[in-house]
Ligand binder design. Structure first.
Ligand code: ATP
Length: 487
């Protein structure tokens, strides 16, 4: 698989240099796999979240959004299966003491084989690994690692421990004293459970009728062992999840429906279909009867950005059992087979779960372009982020040509007219050319220059980021032009 690690590294450097993403607590040399969003990264991330939220809660009339707490009653995680099952098979190298996720270690070998043109061997290894993981055969996985002569990238040796499970949940203490029994509480590893435990609250107070969905955006925490690849695999991250409650027996058609809807959402960002593919899960999570990933072709290869899971009634049924509270819905629609209402049942669930940070990474990968603009007379280049206008951190830069002659005042008029409607940026320092390049580097789709003619006839020059073309337009039209581009 062709990867472009130079581009990936260039994006990471660009994000830091231009105020998108910084390592967390950088003055203390950072914290593994934790990142902070800077001024433009925070805007980009918020725009992505708003876009998803609006798509879910406005465009589907039967989906509502909630905002549940991160802390939940500890029994939640017993019922959900996370205490017992939320773990990955890991292996340690005895020489370097470095710990690896077994699937990642073998996948690296598969990728290397395929890069060497040994596709048949790569496919064979993939098949063997999938089978052993699906069987939960840890001894077999260790044997496979040894047979394939996979070595640790640090020590270079194949001196491996046995394969073991490692739980990914973070725990902490709840309350002031430790003598009140077991105070252990978990930081949620997914937002979904906040939706399940509120299923009846929302259904009843919202008078929701099946099929309906509950959406949520929020932080999740996983003690990822191999935390690398920038914001692709973080220990603190955000998810945008939607649980869609359906009648049992209809899960296959709704699963297909949501696969289609979610892919449409991705393509509506203007991204080419050949950048995406579905990947069906071989090993199903403890709660699923069907599951797939939407994978995007990142500069580091095709990787999961979103999961679509048919979760059956696993979660609601377990919450009913552990809480002793009924999780049933009364369906008074008539079943054509019996001529009677469907009656009481625990709904089935289709889940769509997309990572905010992976979507930020996707949008950045798609937008980032290094362009050589040299002419025979002059060397020139630029880095431009071609964000869709609705996701761009800044929509409009307002730039007076000079700092005098009343031009800043005219520019400020345009700022006042637009800044309530979308994010604008005012700048009067440096040449216009330098200011354009800075705006290109953070992905601002429109720059407007105010010059002496603007004072006379009320027109301004608007410059388009992607084509770099400039056009003279009435200042009064700028706001609508930008707003139209954001639809
Ligand atoms: P992976 O196999 O890559 O670990 P997953 O299958 O465990 O991911 P899900 O539990 O399906 O992921 O979570 C849904 C989404 O949440 C993922 O598609 C991804 O976008 C995001 N996500 C999961 N783990 C992380 C993480 N550690 N950092 C950033 N985003 C994450």
């Amino acid at each position: 698989m062709a990867t472009d690690s130079n581009k990936f590294q260039a994006i990471i450097a660009h994000c830091k240099e231009y105020g998108f993403i910084f390592p967390s607590s950088e003055i203390y040399d950072g914290l593994g796999a934790v990142y902070d969003y800077g001024q433009w990264g925070a805007e980009l991330k918020k725009n992505i979240k708003d876009h998803w939220w609006h798509s879910m809660t406005r465009m589907y009339e039967n989906i509502v959004g909630i905002d549940a707490a991160i802390f939940m009653h500890p029994t939640t995680w017993k019922a959900s299966g996370h205490v017992d099952n939320f773990s990955d098979p890991m292996i340690d190298n005895k020489d370097s003491k470095k710990r690896y996720r077994v699937d990642h270690l073998i996948e690296a070998k598969i990728e290397a084989l395929s890069n060497e043109g040994k596709q048949l061997e790569a496919d064979l290894l993939q098949g063997k690994m999938d089978h052993l993981i699906a069987e939960g055969d840890f001894a077999g996985l260790k044997e496979l690692i040894e047979d394939e002569k996979i070595v640790c990238s640090v020590s270079g040796t194949a001196n491996w421990t046995d394969v073991r499970q490692f739980n990914l949940m973070f725990s902490t203490e709840f309350g002031a004293t430790s003598d009140e029994g077991d105070n252990t509480i978990y930081l949620r590893p997914e937002t979904a459970q906040g939706i399940f435990v509120n299923f009846l609250n929302v259904q009843k107070t919202g008078r929701m009728k099946i099929p309906f969905g509950i959406a949520q955006i929020g932080k999740a925490f996983r003690n990822e062992i191999v935390a690398r690849q920038f914001i692709f695999r973080m220990r603190e991250f955000e998810q945008m999840e939607m649980q869609f409650f359906i009648r049992p027996g209809t899960q296959k058609e709704w699963y297909e429906y949501w696969k289609g809807e979610r892919m449409k959402w991705h393509l509506d960002l203007g991204i080419s279909p050949d950048k995406y593919r579905f990947h069906d899960h071989v090993k199903l999570a403890h709660y699923a009867d069907a599951a797939c990933d939407i994978e995007y072709n990142f500069p580091i290869g095709f990787k999961e950005v979103e999961g679509i899971h048919s979760r059956t009634d696993f979660d609601l049924r377990n919450h009913q059992e552990y809480s002793k509270k009924k999780m049933q819905y009364f369906d008074n629609d008539v079943d054509p087979a019996t001529g009677k209402p469907y009656g009481n049942y625990i709904p089935y669930v289709i889940e769509t779960s997309i990572g905010v940070d992976r979507t930020v990474m996707l949008v950045l990968s798609e937008a980032y372009e290094e362009q050589d603009l040299s002419t025979p007379e002059r060397k020139d280049d630029r880095v431009v982020l071609k964000f869709p206008p609705k996701l761009a951190p800044i929509k409009l830069a307002v730039l007076p040509l000079v700092k005098k002659d009343g031009l800043p005042e005219v520019a400020q008029q345009l700022m006042s007219d637009c800044k309530g409607a979308f994010k604008c940026f005012y700048e009067e320092k440096d040449t216009i050319g330098k200011r354009y390049r800075r705006m290109d580097a953070i992905g601002t789709p429109f720059c407007v220059t105010i010059d002496h003619q603007s004072k006379e006839d009320g027109t301004v020059t608007i410059r388009f980021r992607d084509t770099m073309q400039q056009e003279r337009v009435p200042m009064s039209e700028v706001k609508h032009l930008v707003l139209r581009s954001m639809i």
